[in-house]
Design a protein around this ligand. Sequence first.
Ligand SMILES: Cc1cc2nc3c(=O)[nH]c(=O)nc-3n(C[C@H](O)[C@H](O)[C@H](O)COP(=O)(O)OP(=O)(O)OC[C@H]3O[C@@H](n4cnc5c(N)ncnc54)[C@H](O)[C@@H]3O)c2cc1C
Length: 510
Amino acid sequence: MPDETADSSVGELEEPPEQKKRKREKQPQLTRAGQPIDRRQRLRIPPHHVTKQTPHDRIHNWREVYFGYTAGPAMFEAQRCIQCPAAPCTQACPVGNDIPGALAFLEIGKLADAAAVFRETSEMPELCGRLCPQEALCEGSCVIGKNAKPVAIGKLEAFLGDWDREQRGGFPIPAPEIETGQRIAIVGSGPAGLAVAEQMRSAGHDVTVFEAWPSAGGVLRYGIPNFKTAKDIVDEKVEALAAAGVEFRFDTRVGVDIDWDELSQWDAVFLAHGASMGKRLGLDGERLARVYSATEFLVRANLDDAKLPSALRGDLDVGRRVVVVGGGDTSMDCVRSAVRLGAEQVTLLYRRTENEMIGREEERRHAREEGVTFEYLTTPVGLINKDGAVVGVECVRMSLGEPDDSGRRRPQPMPGSEFVIDCDAFIVAVGYDVGREVYGDSGIDVNDWGEVIVDEHGRTSRPGVFAGGDNVTGADLVVTALNSAHAAMPTMLSYLEELQTERALAMAAG
Ligand SMILES: Cc1cc2nc3c(=O)[nH]c(=O)nc-3n(C[C@H](O)[C@H](O)[C@H](O)COP(=O)(O)OP(=O)(O)OC[C@H]3O[C@@H](n4cnc5c(N)ncnc54)[C@H](O)[C@@H]3O)c2cc1C
């Protein structure tokens, strides 16, 4: 029977719409933490910048450039957030971090609650806070940024992640409530693989991660230099996962050391092998001594021998003059690493202009401050060989023609503009492709670039095999790798549940 009393009482209390509107206008809006939002007052708060090492200091060490926030300035900076109801910052974040929600706790000193909000949607906020191109994502959408400096979301996120780990003595990995006994194989231990390992282990599954390198982290370890992200964060993450029961099998290349017959023994497989095949220029002389791929150069410059395969151990010989070719973040990582290795003259070659460069403006600024010379509209066409080693790069100047498929103006060589730059080392940083060795006879559908074809739930063409990260999207970002891993996880979990039910029914029947 309908509750007429309740219905009529609501009817009696119903206010006329005008009165309701006036009342709503009078009520102060509150943050997620219950604080009133006075937007005019918030707009008057000046930015609280973090300090960083001077260029002179930082070229003599490999430590992170930024010192990062401490609690007091971080709380002031968080108060600059005007708590936009539509939260464009959250919408621009590939993993959908509730940024206003986190900053609402931070501004009143509830640091643990603030950190927990970031951890709701990201397995590694301290890394995203350091590595995301915030100017193109959250901070690029920050409404404050229209007239002033946007809220320093990335550095606040990094501060909260670091603070939280310090308090807890490491990364918090949610403990499973049950053990399912189901087995998951993950190929690759970059951000996508680690995110899936964490979620699957927390759901109670047995997780094995196969990794070709001697240690875990993917590009976080074997690519991104220490001055962008200290490796101890990556170490802590991997240690926390191992302590939670994730098994890592290093120096194991899927498709070479282990095949699909063996992988089929796992209940589900997640492919997270990234895009780690450095592209080559196709020049004669690319095999000369002191010609390096970006990855070889970066890992040898940034890691101790103990973390490297034996073939890559030993002193890295770059001499005084280094030339790097490329236009993205990897090329910036190379030039800046070369400076820290003691090279006196470091030159970047890029075939278009700065306007067409795809990496972060901040990275280019840092490189310029550190003394790197940029040669735009220039491309290498040959390498000069002396006694088996590179001693110079033959270059040609370019001009920009009509836009190509990417929308960027196509560079074309200017006849007669050839010249030589003498060098002691040459580094190729012109992008990455997806390696195909993993696929073997799996029958998994891939596109022309070797990227795994998945549906919107991360399912590949082979039942029980899912994929995410750069091997699906092509070389991209840490945060987009996390996002594509997240997209696959609910479907992967349901797949495992259905599998368990089917097995239980079969056992009951048999
Ligand atoms: C030098 C460099 C700098 C970068 N800087 C930034 C940055 O500042 N900010 C940012 O957001 N992004 C940056 N990126 C991009 C970012 O690091 C990647 O988008 C991200 O790491 C992709 O994550 P992933 O998990 O898909 O793959 P990866 O991190 O590439 O990890 C894949 C893992 O799979 C392993 N693997 C490959 N094949 C096999 C196999 N057959 N068997 C077993 N294991 C295998 C690899 O060894 C690797 O460990 C950078 C990339 C590079 C190369």
